[in-house]
Design a protein around this ligand. Sequence first.
Ligand code: 5GP
Ligand code: MG
Ligand code: MG
Length: 178
Amino acid sequence: MIKINDLFFAPLIPEAQLLSRVNELAAEITTDYRGKSPVLVAVLNGSFMFMSDICKAIDLPIGITFVKIASYSGTKSTGEVRQLLGLEFDLSGKDVIIVEDIVDTGKSMAYLLDLLNRENPRSLEIVSLLLKPAALQEDLQIRYIGFEIPDLFVVGYGLDYSGQGRNLRSLYQKTEIQ
Ligand code: 5GP
Ligand code: MG
Ligand code: MG
């Protein structure tokens, strides 16, 4: 059990399991994009650690870039997505893969798909480390999913609770038990 600010968190997915699943996703991408040169677009801030691990395990000549959007406040999705940092990579004609930490309501991904489709990529897919199926409100096609998890707030492996917890190596879920 760990405490971050006022909340308690219990272990959910240990580091070794995260890393072995990340390597499997990277192997799938390597196979599916053989002969191509995809561009990974990671969504800051939460995806930085997932991006760092998955990009090293993809055996292809890839491009890497970042966008920053925000919809969360505390432990709840606001449903209103804002872009905080734009694209400086030319995605037209490229095979683009969005690298996301977690899909919750799906509103952030719906917003970003819309935004990136306007750049006329050749293809556009999503790899999300985590998905909360019970929270999903959008009709999204997510090509690669690491883990499906319960509809609980999680931290670690890049994800924060009010600015803290991103550097934790494993994933933790919010708990009422102390
Ligand atoms: P959505 O737009 O799908 O509701 O939310 C997507 C974003 O909200 C994620 O990319 C992530 O940044 C944040 N988010 C969603 N669920 C969680 C969670 O359980 N923990 C944390 N730390 N962030 C989350
Ligand atoms: Mg995110
Ligand atoms: Mg956050």
